[in-house]
Write a protein that binds this ligand. Structure first.
Ligand code: NAP
Length: 314
């Protein structure tokens, strides 16, 4: 029986692991096949306090992991396939094993959204990507498109200027959702241009991306646009598939938090982007991980106290 199982290994999960481990709860972190969460797919993180020069996302996550392991957290790179929260103990299953736990911290985060247009799936890895850090270097001296108007799209566009001869941002509106600083950096970059009020209808190409079929939303004109790669940066969806019917989810699929970090199931605590549509920052996720671990610790203490009080005197 585990005292704490943490599902997920982004800033929320690994911060929960640091706190639970330091509370001597020897947490088991089921980290997913690829540990580290979304920061594994970013470049420079400039807004995580404590790193005035900035730090690469994967380097930051390695530090999180090392810190958790230093205090006795066990991190396993496996995917959770099923949970059963209908009774006690709480059950968490992977392909290989079944675990029992007194408490579970859900920190499964969110994943990049896809456009769902023809050509997108067929050309994934052949010019279609959601990760500039992973795939940008394949497009040296090429014309690259980025889709989206948020901070992620701006970050991707700026990063891709290292490789591409030209980077075109395609956005469905005329206003950027991105923060002013990021938007300003992108707007003033000599290698970046914009196509406004336009959506992608189809990604074109046989072996690799050769262009896009675009639709202008103002005049409904449809036209082809030549490019070599398209990076999709249109937001994220919470990773809550395995919790459907087990945890209370809102209409967008985010876990509903009750109280501080609790859920509709006693002993199941929630942290990070899996329940956060609003902030979605590494630092807010880390803070939420800390809260969830402290709440789990208090819950376990109360449970032990109850069991001791109920034990017959000998
Ligand atoms: P976001 O802020 O939700 O932006 C998503 C963008 O994609 C929006 O511009 C949206 O258009 C567009 N979009 C959504 N669905 C689309 C579709 N089907 N077709 C075409 N366009 C679509 O997501 P994000 O950029 O991933 O950022 C998420 C959060 O992380 C934000 O809070 C952001 O500030 C933060 N973030 C911060 C940094 C940083 O500070 N360095 C970096 C990355 C992300 P509309 O604008 O029309 O809705």
């Amino acid at each position: 029986m585990e005292r704490v199982i943490i599902i997920g290994s982004g800033p929320a999960g690994l911060t929960a692991a640091v706190y639970a481990a330091r509370a001597n709860l020897q947490p088991l972190v089921l980290a997913g096949g690829m540990y580290g969460g979304q920061l594994m797919l970013t470049t420079e993180v400039e807004n995580y306090p404590g790193f005035p020069e900035g730090i690469l996302g994967p380097d930051l996550m390695l530090k999180f992991r090392e810190q958790a392991e230093r205090f006795g957290a066990r991190v396993e790179n496996v995917d959770v396939t099923e949970v059963d929260f209908s009774g006690r103990p709480l059950i968490v299953r992977t392909e290989q094993a079944e675990y029992q736990a007194q408490t579970v911290i859900v920190a499964t985060g969110a994943s990049a959204r896809w456009l769902g247009v023809p050509g997108e799936e067929a050309l994934r890895g052949r010019g279609v990507s959601t990760c500039a850090t992973c795939d940008g270097a394949f497009f040296r001296e090429k014309h690259i498109v980025v889709v989206g108007g948020g901070d992620s799209a701006m970050e991707e566009a700026l990063f891709l200027t290292r490789f591409g001869t030209r980077v075109t941002v395609i956005h469905r509106r005329e206003d950027l959702r991105a923060s002013k600083v990021m938007a300003q950096r992108v707007r003033s970059h000599p290698k970046i241009d914009f196509i406004w009020n336009t959506v992608i209808e189809e990604i074109l190409g046989q072996e690799h991306v050769t262009g896009l079929r675009l639709r202008n939303l103002r005049d409904e004109s449809v036209f082809e646009f030549a490019c070599d790669a398209v990076f999709i940066a249109i937001g994220h969806d919470p990773n809550t598939g395995i919790f459907r019917g087990r945890l209370d989810l809102d209409e967008r699929g985010y876990v509903r938090v009750t109280g501080e970090s609790g859920s509709n199931v006693d002993g199941v605590f929630i942290a990070g982007d899996v329940s956060d549509l609003r902030y979605r920052q590494a630092i807010t996720a880390a803070g939420a991980g800390c809260r969830a671990a402290m709440d789990a610790e208090r819950y376990l203490e109360a449970l032990e106290y109850q069991m001791e009080s109920a034990a017959p005197l000998t």
